[in-house]
Design a binder for this molecule. Structure first.
Ligand SMILES: NC(=O)c1ccc[n+]([C@@H]2O[C@H](COP(=O)([O-])OP(=O)(O)OC[C@H]3O[C@@H](n4cnc5c(N)ncnc54)[C@H](O)[C@@H]3O)[C@@H](O)[C@H]2O)c1
Length: 249
């Protein structure tokens, strides 16, 4: 099951799991046509796909989406939670409570709701399973104007680590992926404005932004048997960007 799978990193993850021959539930927020395009990409890659609407910030919506997938395919073995909202650049002194809540509800409570429903859906199912949350380097590298986003992703780190120790006895691994700058609609300006993109890429040691497929490759690895001893980890994928924190020193 992949949330936010109609776009960006979620869509790339869905396609990559399709390439492994997986049955992929493409969970989407609002754009059903985009979700169908992801489902087509999954099938073209060799997997099976269904699309289901899921608002990760809404308990009833999450429950209904999981119930629909379980009705057809049974409990899922892998959850990739990629649904998320970006920071808006508004400093705390100007931030409306509604904005704070909307971000926290999506990026943090959404992770809680999808994880919990994934776990209860599995019930007593045995066998390896994996939860992956797409976090961010901003879980620890804060930015002015990003208090809501940084707090949500920082909280997500502790959620992932707590879940990892709670679920380890059942063989369920829980990890976070922390991307840096990835070229998705969340970074729309970097894709349409070459000068802006070059300014940002100047700070990335590998010299370029990442592609969503590179994050998806990591997700496939972390969900696989090859990552069987990795749990509670927060894995950075940023071309070295987060190492550049002492620029003014
Ligand atoms: N692109 C980057 O540079 C970058 C960097 C670090 C972390 N991330 C994280 O990666 C994840 C995916 O982002 P992306 O870059 O693919 O952006 P994106 O905007 O392409 O994808 C985000 C998806 O989340 C969905 N969404 C938003 N609110 C939702 C809700 N309430 N319920 C369900 N779905 C909802 C959107 O519809 C969209 O499909 C996010 O959690 C983001 O914070 C992205």
């Amino acid at each position: 099951m992949v949330t936010g799978a109609e776009s960006g990193i979620g869509a790339a993850c869905a396609k990559a799991f399709g390439g492994e021959g997986a049955r992929v539930a493409v969970l989407y927020f609002a754009d059903a046509a985009a979700a169908e395009r992801t489902a087509d990409a999954v099938r073209a890659a060799g997997g099976a796909a269904m699309t289901v609407q899921a608002h990760v910030d809404d308990e009833g919506s999450v429950d209904a989406a999981f119930a629909e997938v379980e009705r057809i395919w049974g409990p899922a073995d892998v959850l990739v939670n990629s649904a998320g909202l970006n920071m808006t650049g508004v400093p705390v002194r100007d931030m409306k409570l509604d904005q704070w809540r909307r971000l926290l509800d999506t990026d943090l409570t959404g992770a809680f709701l999808t994880s919990r429903r994934f776990l209860t859906g599995r019930g007593k199912a045995s066998g390896a399973a994996a939860i992956l949350h797409i976090s961010s380097i901003h879980a620890y590298a804060v930015r002015a104007g990003g208090a809501d986003y940084c707090a949500a992703k920082g909280g997500l780190s502790n959620l992932v680590e707590t879940l990892a120790i709670e679920e380890a006895p059942r063989g369920i691994r829980v990890n976070a992926i922390e991307p840096g700058m990835i070229l998705t609609p969340m970074n729309a300006r970097a894709q349409s404005d070459a000068a802006y993109r070059a300014t940002l890429e100047h700070n990335i040691p590998l010299g370029r932004a990442g592609d969503p497929s590179e994050v998806a490759d990591l997700a496939v690895f972390l969900a696989s048997e090859k990552a069987r001893y990795i749990t509670g980890a927060r894995i950075v994928i940023d071309g070295g960007l987060s190492l550049m924190q002492a620029l003014g020193a």
